[in-house]
Design a binder for this molecule. Structure first.
Ligand SMILES: CC(C)(COP(=O)(O)OP(=O)(O)OC[C@H]1O[C@@H](n2cnc3c(N)ncnc32)[C@H](O)[C@@H]1OP(=O)(O)O)[C@@H](O)C(=O)NCCC(=O)NCCS
Length: 151
């Protein structure tokens, strides 16, 4: 909760009318299955990733990503995405999923660059006529370790 002001600023700047209200943001942050990562530069919150890890822990979700406009195209989004995957991975997730507006070229390009694939279109996901791509990244399955022991 200590980053609430910085997170609200990001919501306002990056999502405008569709931003989370302070109440919604607070409710998200206290969920057992949710966490936020912030990118900080000399005490200023310049970006954030909001993540969810489902109960079965097999699938992690990137609920949203945001970087202040003046800080974009400098690798902050990539850094946040890598750290989000690392944190979700430590909770056991082997699949990362997200939804993104079909017209959001910067975000779609970012996700494709990080190995996400288009899985489906969800019609009217953001309201009438505003569709979303469901995107997913599946980690390669862990190799089983074969051990040899005296019988
Ligand atoms: C999407 C977003 C988080 C990307 O953050 P960022 O810090 O600019 O991302 P990066 O600098 O790590 O960019 C990584 C790559 O993504 C792609 N990319 C990022 N912005 C792009 C743009 N405007 N146009 C095309 N490709 C873009 C590029 O391939 C880029 O690599 P490059 O700069 O070497 O060409 C940022 O644009 C943002 O906050 N947008 C508004 C909120 C939003 O739409 N969030 C996503 C939906 S939840």
């Amino acid at each position: 909760m200590k980053d609430l002001d910085g997170l609200m600023r990001l919501e306002q700047e990056c999502f405008g009318a569709e931003k989370f209200s302070e109440g919604t943001l607070k409710a998200f942050l206290v969920r057992d299955d949710a966490f936020a990562l912030v990118a900080e530069d000399e005490g200023e919150v310049v970006g954030a990733a909001m993540c969810l890890c489902s109960k079965c822990r097999a699938e992690g979700r990137i609920a949203s990503m945001a970087v202040l406009a003046a800080r974009r195209r400098k690798g902050v989004g990539s850094l946040l995405l890598r750290e989000a995957e690392k944190s979700l991975g430590m909770l056991g997730a082997r699949i990362f999923g997200l939804e993104v507006d079909v017209g959001n070229e910067p975000a779609i390009t970012l996700y494709l660059k990080h190995g996400y694939s288009l899985r489906a279109i969800i019609r009217d996901y953001y309201g009438a006529g505003r569709h979303a791509y469901m995107m997913e990244k599946v980690l390669p399955s862990r190799k089983r370790k074969v051990s040899v022991r005296p019988s």
